[in-house]
Design a protein around this ligand. Structure first.
Ligand SMILES: O=P(O)(O)OC[C@H]1O[C@H](O[C@H]2O[C@H](CO)[C@@H](O)[C@H](O)[C@H]2O)[C@H](O)[C@@H](O)[C@@H]1O
Length: 259
């Protein structure tokens, strides 16, 4: 079944309404939304058609682009290669680039201690299964199991990680796809999206994402905002597309409605 907006009259109508506003904020999750999920996290890149559609949309009248991602800000910038002027939210909201004056993330002494404890705990768990590895991040760390061959072993490793993290003071757990993350700065994509809305003051917002952390973003949408869940799974989003490869058509449709 095609999930192109042209084949989904409700999504197409929602995009047309969105496009009628003077100003629009288009906020995109990265992994599993703009980029396909891959086993080498550092190899993730925008689907080429998505990259092209994003570049085009960045030129459109009254459109502000933003990435809202769990990735560290610097990694997001390197992997996504966003058009100039794109606003960037990284580390699930803990890191923000809203312009050259944006302050960088500074952890308190207590947060630094918690981050070190998170990394140590996850590195220890990662030694128990081949393929498990730890991504060190500015506000915490993520234990990845996508490269663990046996799904039962992978689940067991994730469970051990949750148990280990429960012992760390100041560690907040975030669930993801083949990953358990922990951050020392508690913030959600919903809060980040609300702050972006206050900063940009758009007429309406489009937000697309694929993961459980993106549900916080869908939850703060309102009015003629458009929420798009990428892939399967329960969601609060009003619309759904099948895969990252379907996103380009959504963005291109929105651009056409604005021209
Ligand atoms: O909010 P996002 O932009 O979706 O980032 C969420 C996490 O994405 C990355 O992990 C996920 O993508 C990897 C590459 O495709 C995949 O190997 C992994 O299994 C996924 O969980 C990233 O590594 C994390 O730091 C992000 O928080």
């Amino acid at each position: 079944m095609s999930t192109e907006p042209s084949a989904d009259p409700q999504l197409s109508a929602a995009l047309e309404r969105l496009a009628s506003y003077e100003t629009v904020l288009v906020a995109l999750d990265f992994d599993g939304c703009v980029a396909e999920l891959v086993s080498e996290a550092d190899a993730a890149r925008p689907v080429p058609a998505n990259a092209a559609a994003i570049e085009q949309l960045a030129q459109a009248r009254g459109v502000t682009l933003a990435y809202v991602s769990g990735r560290p800000l610097e990694t997001l910038r390197r992997l996504a290669s966003p058009p100039e002027g794109t606003l960037l939210i990284g580390s699930h909201g803990a890191e923000r680039y809203l312009g050259p004056d944006s302050p960088g993330l500074v952890l308190s002494a207590q947060e630094e201690i918690a981050r070190t404890a998170i990394i140590e705990a996850l590195e220890q768990v990662a030694t128990t299964a081949e393929g498990a590895w730890v991504e060190h991040k500015p506000a915490g760390a993520a234990l990845h199991v996508r490269r663990v061959e046996d799904p039962e072993v992978a689940q067991k490793v994730l469970e051990e990680a949750r148990t280990a993290l429960a012992m760390v003071d100041g560690a907040h757990v975030k669930e993801g796809k083949a990953v358990v993350e922990s951050v020392v700065v508690l913030s959600t994509k919903g809060e980040a999206l609300t702050d972006l809305r206050s900063h940009v003051r758009p007429g309406a917002v489009l937000f697309a994402g694929d993961d459980v952390t993106d549900e916080h973003g869908f939850a703060v949408l309102e009015g003629d905002d458009v929420g798009i869940k990428v892939g399967s799974g329960s969601t609060a989003a009003g619309h759904r597309i099948g895969a990252p490869a379907d996103l380009a058509d959504v963005l291109e449709t929105l651009r056409r409605f604005r021209s």
